[in-house]
Design a protein around this ligand. Sequence first.
Ligand code: 5GP
Length: 298
Amino acid sequence: MADSRTPPEVDRAAASRRAVAARRERAALKRDVTTRVITPQELLRRAQSDPESPAGAMRVTEFLTAIPAIGAGKRDRILASLGISPVKRLGGLGARQRVVLAAFLDERWPEPQPRAGRSRLIVLAGPTAVGKGTVAAHVKEHHPELLLSVSATTRSPRPGEVDGEHYFFVDDAEFDRLIATGELLEHATVHNRFRYGTPKAPIDRALADGRTVLLEIDLQGARQVRAAAPDATLVFLLPPSWDELVHRLIGRGTEDAEERERRLKTAKVELASQGEFDFHVVNDDVARAAAEVVSLTR
Ligand code: 5GP
């Protein structure tokens, strides 16, 4: 007769596979916190709402060191000062411990609070490959009441791109003229190559008509719009997870190792700028993300 205390071989193999999968999920979540794809507070909320989830099973020690700027020494001092044992898992924290840990995180790394009185000028930015263009195209197709700004660029049209619809394709001399005459709200050289800029006049007209205007531009452009129009609504598009962004950035892995490293480094720097934005929208589903962007100025 089988000994009931020893699980059969198959059960043990399945349990060990589950343990490996759970460890992998916790590691992915830690990467999300380290790269700022999710806030530590968001991870804590997930742990609280489902203590059995990978977030809930994470040890407080692992959680804290996933946060940039916290090393082992600092982690231990924080846990001691909050009165939390290092063996605790996030899902197993007591009510008081959850409150003090959340308060500590809020004080050190406040989550963005949407500012009131934002205008109908929406700037959509985010890390490369997060899908800004796809979300903007979805908004354009399903919400014709919004104006999707058409930028000027010095790059050549790609197959299928129409002048005046996707971009105004101009040469360097014309781009210089647009800058000199103050016709651009912002302009930047993107990926060290071509210049891109947002024509001001169509935006002013649409805003005067009470329409919402959407700009899909890079981070440098978003910062310039904030400076020129401080009441603009700045939206940062986030990937659902760091691993998903890596997947979208690297795709089929046709780039060499150096190019892959360069892209990942850029993405980390870009993600670190999200604190400058009024709203964060997760691009987990294009239609849903587009609907959320549109709802922001309603
Ligand atoms: P693409 O050449 O692939 O269409 O666009 C390259 C990048 O240029 C995208 O990240 C896009 O957000 C950015 N971009 C497009 N138009 C503008 C613009 O008018 N201003 C700025 N600053 N960036 C832009």
